[in-house]
Design a protein around this ligand. Structure first.
Ligand SMILES: [Zn+2]
Length: 317
Protein backbone atom coordinates (compact mmCIF):
# COMPACT_ATOMS: atom_id res chain seq x y z
CA UNK A 1 0.00 0.00 0.00
CA UNK A 2 1.28 3.42 -0.88
CA UNK A 3 -0.07 4.83 2.39
CA UNK A 4 -1.69 7.97 1.14
CA UNK A 5 -2.99 9.60 4.30
CA UNK A 6 -6.15 11.65 4.64
CA UNK A 7 -7.07 14.48 6.96
CA UNK A 8 -10.17 14.18 9.15
CA UNK A 9 -13.10 15.00 6.84
CA UNK A 10 -14.98 16.76 9.62
CA UNK A 11 -12.42 18.91 11.49
CA UNK A 12 -9.42 18.75 9.13
CA UNK A 13 -7.04 17.52 11.83
CA UNK A 14 -4.00 15.51 10.69
CA UNK A 15 -3.79 13.64 13.99
CA UNK A 16 -5.46 10.25 13.83
CA UNK A 17 -4.88 6.76 15.16
CA UNK A 18 -5.33 3.68 12.98
CA UNK A 19 -7.98 1.39 14.45
CA UNK A 20 -8.42 -1.17 11.65
CA UNK A 21 -6.13 -2.39 8.92
CA UNK A 22 -8.28 -4.08 6.32
CA UNK A 23 -6.88 -6.58 3.84
CA UNK A 24 -8.76 -7.67 0.74
CA UNK A 25 -11.95 -9.58 1.51
CA UNK A 26 -14.55 -7.52 -0.21
CA UNK A 27 -17.31 -8.22 -2.68
CA UNK A 28 -17.21 -7.40 -6.39
CA UNK A 29 -13.68 -8.77 -6.68
CA UNK A 30 -12.23 -5.46 -5.61
CA UNK A 31 -9.59 -6.39 -3.06
CA UNK A 32 -8.28 -3.15 -1.68
CA UNK A 33 -6.19 -2.60 1.40
CA UNK A 34 -7.36 0.29 3.51
CA UNK A 35 -6.74 1.63 7.00
CA UNK A 36 -9.52 3.04 9.08
CA UNK A 37 -8.60 5.85 11.44
CA UNK A 38 -10.12 7.71 14.35
CA UNK A 39 -9.56 11.46 14.52
CA UNK A 40 -7.83 12.26 17.81
CA UNK A 41 -9.52 15.65 17.91
CA UNK A 42 -13.20 15.05 17.03
CA UNK A 43 -13.32 11.19 17.16
CA UNK A 44 -14.68 10.85 13.60
CA UNK A 45 -13.99 7.42 12.08
CA UNK A 46 -12.78 7.74 8.49
CA UNK A 47 -10.79 6.24 5.63
CA UNK A 48 -7.31 7.23 6.77
CA UNK A 49 -5.03 5.35 4.38
CA UNK A 50 -5.70 3.80 1.01
CA UNK A 51 -3.95 2.92 -2.21
CA UNK A 52 -6.08 5.56 -3.78
CA UNK A 53 -8.95 7.70 -2.60
CA UNK A 54 -11.78 8.73 -4.93
CA UNK A 55 -11.46 7.36 -8.43
CA UNK A 56 -14.26 7.28 -10.92
CA UNK A 57 -13.57 3.67 -11.83
CA UNK A 58 -14.60 2.67 -8.30
CA UNK A 59 -18.15 3.08 -9.57
CA UNK A 60 -17.68 1.55 -13.02
CA UNK A 61 -19.18 -1.75 -11.77
CA UNK A 62 -22.57 -0.24 -12.57
CA UNK A 63 -21.98 -1.01 -16.23
CA UNK A 64 -22.70 -4.69 -15.56
CA UNK A 65 -26.38 -3.68 -15.26
CA UNK A 66 -26.64 -2.13 -18.73
CA UNK A 67 -29.23 -4.17 -20.58
CA UNK A 68 -30.93 -5.41 -17.41
CA UNK A 69 -34.61 -4.87 -16.66
CA UNK A 70 -35.44 -2.58 -13.77
CA UNK A 71 -37.93 -5.16 -12.46
CA UNK A 72 -34.99 -7.53 -12.02
CA UNK A 73 -32.99 -4.98 -10.04
CA UNK A 74 -35.58 -4.30 -7.36
CA UNK A 75 -36.80 -7.19 -5.23
CA UNK A 76 -40.36 -7.22 -3.84
CA UNK A 77 -38.88 -6.77 -0.35
CA UNK A 78 -37.05 -3.63 -1.42
CA UNK A 79 -40.25 -2.30 -2.99
CA UNK A 80 -42.06 -2.84 0.31
CA UNK A 81 -39.36 -0.92 2.18
CA UNK A 82 -39.46 1.95 -0.40
CA UNK A 83 -43.24 2.09 0.00
CA UNK A 84 -42.77 2.41 3.76
CA UNK A 85 -40.31 5.29 3.25
CA UNK A 86 -42.76 7.13 0.96
CA UNK A 87 -45.65 6.68 3.41
CA UNK A 88 -43.46 7.96 6.21
CA UNK A 89 -42.48 11.07 4.22
CA UNK A 90 -46.13 11.76 3.43
CA UNK A 91 -46.99 11.76 7.13
CA UNK A 92 -44.44 14.55 7.68
CA UNK A 93 -45.23 16.88 4.81
CA UNK A 94 -47.27 17.26 1.66
CA UNK A 95 -44.98 15.65 -0.93
CA UNK A 96 -45.19 17.33 -4.33
CA UNK A 97 -41.68 16.55 -5.51
CA UNK A 98 -38.74 14.42 -4.41
CA UNK A 99 -35.02 14.73 -5.19
CA UNK A 100 -33.14 11.43 -4.81
CA UNK A 101 -29.44 12.23 -4.38
CA UNK A 102 -26.90 9.58 -5.43
CA UNK A 103 -29.72 7.60 -6.98
CA UNK A 104 -27.47 4.89 -8.44
CA UNK A 105 -29.36 2.80 -10.99
CA UNK A 106 -32.58 4.63 -10.12
CA UNK A 107 -34.42 1.95 -8.15
CA UNK A 108 -36.05 4.39 -5.72
CA UNK A 109 -36.79 6.86 -8.53
CA UNK A 110 -38.58 4.08 -10.40
CA UNK A 111 -40.53 2.90 -7.35
CA UNK A 112 -41.61 6.42 -6.34
CA UNK A 113 -42.63 7.33 -9.90
CA UNK A 114 -44.68 4.13 -10.15
CA UNK A 115 -46.46 5.20 -6.96
CA UNK A 116 -47.37 8.52 -8.59
CA UNK A 117 -44.73 10.86 -7.15
CA UNK A 118 -42.89 13.54 -9.12
CA UNK A 119 -39.26 12.58 -8.54
CA UNK A 120 -35.87 13.39 -10.02
CA UNK A 121 -32.64 11.49 -9.43
CA UNK A 122 -29.11 12.86 -9.54
CA UNK A 123 -26.00 10.70 -9.67
CA UNK A 124 -22.29 11.21 -10.37
CA UNK A 125 -21.47 7.81 -11.85
CA UNK A 126 -21.84 8.00 -15.63
CA UNK A 127 -22.39 4.23 -15.79
CA UNK A 128 -25.19 4.36 -13.20
CA UNK A 129 -26.85 7.26 -15.04
CA UNK A 130 -26.65 5.28 -18.31
CA UNK A 131 -28.39 2.34 -16.63
CA UNK A 132 -31.11 4.57 -15.10
CA UNK A 133 -31.69 6.32 -18.42
CA UNK A 134 -32.05 2.97 -20.19
CA UNK A 135 -35.15 2.57 -17.96
CA UNK A 136 -36.39 6.02 -19.11
CA UNK A 137 -36.00 7.41 -15.61
CA UNK A 138 -35.63 11.16 -14.92
CA UNK A 139 -32.01 10.96 -13.77
CA UNK A 140 -29.28 13.51 -14.45
CA UNK A 141 -25.54 13.32 -14.05
CA UNK A 142 -24.64 16.17 -11.76
CA UNK A 143 -23.89 16.83 -8.13
CA UNK A 144 -26.05 18.21 -5.36
CA UNK A 145 -24.11 21.47 -5.74
CA UNK A 146 -25.12 22.00 -9.37
CA UNK A 147 -26.76 25.38 -10.13
CA UNK A 148 -29.32 23.36 -12.12
CA UNK A 149 -31.08 22.75 -8.79
CA UNK A 150 -33.27 25.57 -7.45
CA UNK A 151 -33.07 26.46 -3.77
CA UNK A 152 -36.06 25.97 -1.48
CA UNK A 153 -37.95 24.01 -4.10
CA UNK A 154 -38.02 20.38 -2.93
CA UNK A 155 -40.51 18.88 -0.48
CA UNK A 156 -38.36 15.84 0.11
CA UNK A 157 -34.71 14.94 -0.42
CA UNK A 158 -33.65 11.33 -0.06
CA UNK A 159 -30.10 10.02 0.20
CA UNK A 160 -29.84 6.25 0.51
CA UNK A 161 -26.33 5.18 1.54
CA UNK A 162 -24.69 8.27 0.05
CA UNK A 163 -23.28 10.41 2.86
CA UNK A 164 -20.54 7.89 3.68
CA UNK A 165 -19.19 8.35 0.13
CA UNK A 166 -18.61 12.11 0.22
CA UNK A 167 -15.58 14.10 1.28
CA UNK A 168 -17.55 16.87 2.95
CA UNK A 169 -20.75 15.57 4.55
CA UNK A 170 -21.37 18.84 6.41
CA UNK A 171 -21.47 20.80 3.14
CA UNK A 172 -23.76 18.13 1.70
CA UNK A 173 -26.28 18.40 4.54
CA UNK A 174 -26.18 22.22 4.35
CA UNK A 175 -26.70 22.20 0.59
CA UNK A 176 -29.60 19.74 0.91
CA UNK A 177 -31.15 22.09 3.48
CA UNK A 178 -30.76 25.02 1.06
CA UNK A 179 -32.67 23.03 -1.55
CA UNK A 180 -35.52 21.99 0.75
CA UNK A 181 -38.68 24.07 0.81
CA UNK A 182 -39.71 25.24 4.30
CA UNK A 183 -41.25 22.23 6.04
CA UNK A 184 -39.52 19.90 3.55
CA UNK A 185 -38.08 16.63 4.75
CA UNK A 186 -34.60 15.12 4.51
CA UNK A 187 -34.39 11.32 4.67
CA UNK A 188 -30.97 9.72 4.75
CA UNK A 189 -29.52 6.34 5.51
CA UNK A 190 -25.94 5.19 6.14
CA UNK A 191 -24.22 2.12 7.58
CA UNK A 192 -23.99 2.33 11.37
CA UNK A 193 -20.43 2.15 12.75
CA UNK A 194 -21.81 1.20 16.18
CA UNK A 195 -23.76 -1.70 14.69
CA UNK A 196 -23.74 -5.23 16.01
CA UNK A 197 -22.36 -6.12 12.57
CA UNK A 198 -19.18 -4.06 12.97
CA UNK A 199 -18.73 -5.08 16.60
CA UNK A 200 -18.90 -8.79 15.69
CA UNK A 201 -17.11 -8.69 12.34
CA UNK A 202 -14.36 -6.19 13.16
CA UNK A 203 -12.06 -5.57 10.21
CA UNK A 204 -14.08 -8.11 8.20
CA UNK A 205 -17.08 -5.73 8.20
CA UNK A 206 -17.66 -5.32 4.46
CA UNK A 207 -18.57 -1.64 4.82
CA UNK A 208 -14.84 -0.87 5.24
CA UNK A 209 -14.03 -0.01 1.65
CA UNK A 210 -12.33 2.78 -0.36
CA UNK A 211 -15.78 3.96 -1.51
CA UNK A 212 -16.66 4.85 2.07
CA UNK A 213 -14.90 7.89 3.43
CA UNK A 214 -16.72 8.36 6.75
CA UNK A 215 -18.16 5.80 9.17
CA UNK A 216 -20.92 7.37 11.25
CA UNK A 217 -22.53 6.00 14.35
CA UNK A 218 -26.23 6.75 14.67
CA UNK A 219 -25.56 9.19 17.51
CA UNK A 220 -22.59 10.75 15.70
CA UNK A 221 -24.66 11.51 12.61
CA UNK A 222 -27.42 13.09 14.71
CA UNK A 223 -24.81 15.20 16.52
CA UNK A 224 -23.32 16.36 13.21
CA UNK A 225 -26.71 17.54 11.93
CA UNK A 226 -27.54 19.29 15.23
CA UNK A 227 -24.17 21.06 15.34
CA UNK A 228 -23.92 22.15 11.73
CA UNK A 229 -27.44 22.69 10.43
CA UNK A 230 -29.66 24.71 12.80
CA UNK A 231 -32.33 25.05 10.09
CA UNK A 232 -33.11 21.32 10.45
CA UNK A 233 -35.17 19.76 13.21
CA UNK A 234 -34.57 16.06 13.77
CA UNK A 235 -37.73 13.98 13.60
CA UNK A 236 -36.25 10.50 13.91
CA UNK A 237 -32.79 9.01 14.33
CA UNK A 238 -32.82 5.25 14.52
CA UNK A 239 -30.98 2.13 13.47
CA UNK A 240 -32.38 -1.23 12.57
CA UNK A 241 -31.71 -4.59 10.96
CA UNK A 242 -28.78 -6.99 11.03
CA UNK A 243 -26.75 -7.27 7.84
CA UNK A 244 -26.80 -10.39 5.67
CA UNK A 245 -23.04 -10.54 6.28
CA UNK A 246 -23.52 -10.96 10.04
CA UNK A 247 -26.24 -13.55 9.46
CA UNK A 248 -23.81 -15.50 7.28
CA UNK A 249 -21.04 -15.15 9.87
CA UNK A 250 -23.21 -16.41 12.75
CA UNK A 251 -24.57 -19.23 10.61
CA UNK A 252 -21.11 -20.44 9.70
CA UNK A 253 -19.92 -20.05 13.30
CA UNK A 254 -22.68 -22.27 14.70
CA UNK A 255 -23.25 -24.30 11.52
CA UNK A 256 -26.89 -23.24 11.46
CA UNK A 257 -29.23 -23.94 8.56
CA UNK A 258 -30.47 -21.12 6.33
CA UNK A 259 -33.50 -19.32 7.73
CA UNK A 260 -34.68 -17.51 4.61
CA UNK A 261 -34.50 -18.20 0.93
CA UNK A 262 -31.19 -19.80 0.13
CA UNK A 263 -30.21 -17.25 -2.45
CA UNK A 264 -32.56 -14.69 -3.90
CA UNK A 265 -30.17 -14.28 -6.80
CA UNK A 266 -31.23 -17.67 -8.04
CA UNK A 267 -34.85 -16.53 -7.99
CA UNK A 268 -33.99 -13.75 -10.41
CA UNK A 269 -33.39 -10.72 -8.21
CA UNK A 270 -29.97 -9.16 -8.34
CA UNK A 271 -30.54 -6.52 -5.70
CA UNK A 272 -27.23 -6.26 -3.81
CA UNK A 273 -28.95 -5.96 -0.47
CA UNK A 274 -30.97 -9.16 -0.47
CA UNK A 275 -28.65 -11.80 -1.88
CA UNK A 276 -28.54 -13.45 1.52
CA UNK A 277 -31.29 -14.02 4.09
CA UNK A 278 -31.69 -11.17 6.51
CA UNK A 279 -34.34 -9.84 8.82
CA UNK A 280 -36.40 -8.74 5.86
CA UNK A 281 -36.62 -12.23 4.42
CA UNK A 282 -37.48 -13.58 7.85
CA UNK A 283 -40.41 -11.18 7.88
CA UNK A 284 -41.87 -13.20 5.04
CA UNK A 285 -42.13 -16.16 7.39
CA UNK A 286 -44.55 -17.02 10.16
CA UNK A 287 -46.14 -14.51 12.52
CA UNK A 288 -43.78 -15.81 15.22
CA UNK A 289 -40.78 -14.90 13.06
CA UNK A 290 -42.30 -11.51 12.27
CA UNK A 291 -42.75 -10.85 15.99
CA UNK A 292 -39.14 -11.95 16.56
CA UNK A 293 -38.01 -9.51 13.87
CA UNK A 294 -39.90 -6.66 15.51
CA UNK A 295 -38.39 -7.52 18.90
CA UNK A 296 -34.84 -7.68 17.46
CA UNK A 297 -35.30 -4.38 15.61
CA UNK A 298 -36.73 -2.69 18.71
CA UNK A 299 -33.77 -3.89 20.80
CA UNK A 300 -31.26 -2.78 18.14
CA UNK A 301 -32.95 0.62 17.84
CA UNK A 302 -32.94 1.19 21.59
CA UNK A 303 -29.26 0.21 21.77
CA UNK A 304 -28.33 2.16 18.59
CA UNK A 305 -26.83 -1.05 17.15
CA UNK A 306 -28.81 -1.77 13.98
CA UNK A 307 -26.89 -2.14 10.73
CA UNK A 308 -28.46 0.90 9.03
CA UNK A 309 -28.89 4.36 10.46
CA UNK A 310 -31.97 6.27 9.34
CA UNK A 311 -32.10 10.00 9.94
CA UNK A 312 -35.22 12.04 9.19
CA UNK A 313 -35.29 15.80 9.64
CA UNK A 314 -37.41 18.63 8.41
CA UNK A 315 -36.57 22.21 7.52
CA UNK A 316 -38.04 24.68 9.95
CA UNK A 317 -40.59 27.09 8.48
ZN1 LIG B 1 -11.66 15.37 13.37
Amino acid sequence: MSNKKALCPICGSNKSEIIYRVAGHHRRDIRPEVSIGRCMKCKTIFLAEADHFFQEDLYSYYKQYIGAKIEDLVSPLTLVSYDRVLKRLCKITNIQNILDVGCGKGEFVWAARNSGYAIKGIELSLEAVSVARSFNLPVQQHSLFSPALDSSSWNAITMFEVIEHVENPVAMIQRATDLLAPGGVLYLTTPNYDSLDRLCLGEKWNVFHPEHIIYFSTRGLARLVRQHEPRLRLIAVESNNISPQLFGFVRSLFRLPYLGKRNLKSSGYIDDHVVAPDLRTISEGTSLLRSLKRLINLTLTIMGMGSTTILIAHKKD
